[in-house]
Design a protein around this ligand. Sequence first.
Ligand SMILES: C[S@@+](CC[C@H](N)C(=O)[O-])C[C@H]1O[C@@H](n2cnc3c(N)ncnc32)[C@H](O)[C@@H]1O
Length: 318
Amino acid sequence: MTTTTTTTTTTTTMATTTATTTATTDMTAAADRAGTTDAPTDTLEYTTGCASGYVHGYSEAEARRLGDQANTLAELLHAGTAYPPGSRVLEVGCGVGAQTVHLLGSNPGMHLTAIDVSADSLAQARARVAALAPGAQVDWHHGDLHRLPFVDGSFDHLFVCFVLEHLADPPAALTALHRVLKPGGTITVVEGDHGSAFFHPESAAARATVDHLVRLQTHAGGDSLIGRRLHPLLTEAGFRDVTVRPRTVYADGSRPELVEGFTRRTFVAMVESVRAEALAAGLTTAEAFDRGIADLRRTAGEGGTFHYTFFKASAVRP
Ligand SMILES: C[S@@+](CC[C@H](N)C(=O)[O-])C[C@H]1O[C@@H](n2cnc3c(N)ncnc32)[C@H](O)[C@@H]1O
């Protein structure tokens, strides 16, 4: 994706929509709270191509899927993340605000700033917070995490969920984030790893369909197996006291809410969403792809089981 401001042009791997969008950033309020630098411009223009860079795209279905995912996994993923009242927290890549509402709910009193490269997602995030966390104060920023408009050490804590997996250069991203964290501050990173998906009934067709998503994401410059790399990535970026905890989702017939919220609405929906790209790339046929999806759905049916592991890392800026 080509990100254009009036002063610089930066190329990243995140393609978004086919349209050109314009958004005005909210620099003033955040400057008071987080010590921002002067904004390079109050208008950012994102001129984007097709969704070849961002494997999940920015459709309504994806926004719904992100919400289902965050709501279903809130306890699993947010447990242990506690930000004291008054602390300055930056949520990086907030998307449609699916995690934001949970962060706000479990950390009353923190000062939250949220940034995303997609103006459209940011608008949805604002609306979600207004609806689900009325009265919550969030400083919203439209921008690229590689060029954060904040002075060094602006934040006490950073929260990054399902973002690194889409970036071409996660070490560069972590270095950029390291800069805005105060010494002694913490970063929390949550990522999945599609290699951790196993299920019953086993199916070669289902496995091949998941592999198409993995390949497409790699081709787009990302890494859907990044969960297992979090410890070395954070360590090499200069963070210390790095701890990584696997957080496993296991869904079977005794956990119908997980079967619905995770297996069907999060995982199968995610794989299904790349059907057109997989066919266009010549990775598979429509028949084989659909057979894989049907088999994945069987893991959510009677007698089926599904396992997936997320990795939650936390680390300190020395
Ligand atoms: C899979 S979504 C996750 C959204 C949210 N964290 C969640 O868990 O629901 C990834 C988000 O990262 C954002 N993103 C990707 N690259 C970015 C960049 N360079 N700067 C800021 N945001 C970025 C995307 O626009 C997208 O909203």
